[in-house]
Design a protein around this ligand. Structure first.
Ligand SMILES: Nc1ncnc2c1ncn2[C@@H]1O[C@H](COP(=O)(O)OP(=O)(O)OP(=O)(O)O)[C@@H](O)[C@H]1O
Ligand SMILES: [Mg+2]
Length: 230
């Protein structure tokens, strides 16, 4: 593991409202090291999703800076941000957002198509291998409605990492799953972290089972109130 920062957040503030202003993030400072496994926890409304959306460039900061891989993303225009996202980040959301009219395999290939990458036989083969890594080799040609909730979410995870992103961001990835499927998703995420050495940031409400090396960041009212490495 290198000691390079993949994320550096400096004095990050997000304020909503015109007349009545609410500070949802209050001068947050945070660095995340490359290849690490990070949990963000905190009660509902503490600012977790806001922080992830700012880091991923889906939302705009009121003030402060965010560097990803030493690139200042808070100054980028929308088009550059979208390109940066497509090339560097993988996303897993609470709801899978699979496209219903495409099979699991086609959904997994979608980020590459969006980047205008040519889908060669070799790439298709890699996508099928990835689907087999996430335990779905038997259903790769199923449409989302023909998959269970856990299978849908594992498809979405394969889609998030097909482009080999350095950073994977997950906002309550098990929020729609029962505990058995949720555990499978966490086991899978662990395995991917181990195999591919990507940096993970996971927001969750679940009771987490941290392992040695995990970082646990707690937000409260827009501040980091606790930050510990196991
Ligand atoms: N677009 C918006 N306009 C105004 N206020 C907003 C907006 N989005 C979020 N907020 C407020 O910002 C605060 C933080 O929201 P955020 O979604 O980051 O919380 P969270 O920690 O992800 O909560 P949860 O665990 O419920 O998902 C909340 O008080 C919310 O009401
Ligand atoms: Mg949230």
């Amino acid at each position: 593991m290198t000691s390079k920062n993949i994320i550096s957040v400096q004095n990050l503030t997000k304020t909503y409202g015109k007349k009545v202003k609410t500070d949802v993030l209050k001068k947050v400072n945070l660095s995340i090291k490359e290849g690490t496994f990070n949990w963000i926890i905190g009660s509902s409304g503490s600012g977790k999703t806001t922080l992830l959306n700012l880091i991923s460039g889906l939302d705009e900061a009121t003030s402060g800076q965010i560097y990803i891989d030493n690139v200042l993303i808070t100054n980028m225009n929308e088009k550059d941000k979208a390109t940066f996202r497509a090339n560097h980040l993988g996303f897993i959301f609470q709801f899978h957002y699979l496209l219903p009219e495409f099979t699991a395999l086609e959904n997994v290939l979608m980020p590459l198509r969006i980047k205008n990458q040519k889908i060669t036989k070799e790439i298709k083969k890699q996508a099928i291998e990835l689907l087999s890594t996430v335990g779905l080799s038997h259903v790769y040609d199923h449409y989302p409605k023909e998959l269970s909730g856990g299978e849908q979410q594992r498809t979405a995870i394969a889609r998030a990492i097909i482009g080999n992103p350095k950073l994977v961001i997950a906002d309550e990835p098990t929020g729609n799953l029962d505990s058995i499927n949720a555990n499978q998703v966490y086991d899978l995420i662990r395995k991917l972290h181990k195999d591919f050495k990507m940096t993970f940031i996971i927001v969750t409400h679940d009771t987490i089972k941290p392992i040695k090396g995990d970082r646990l960041i707690t937000l409260k009212d827009g501040n980091i109130i606790k930050d510990e490495v196991y």
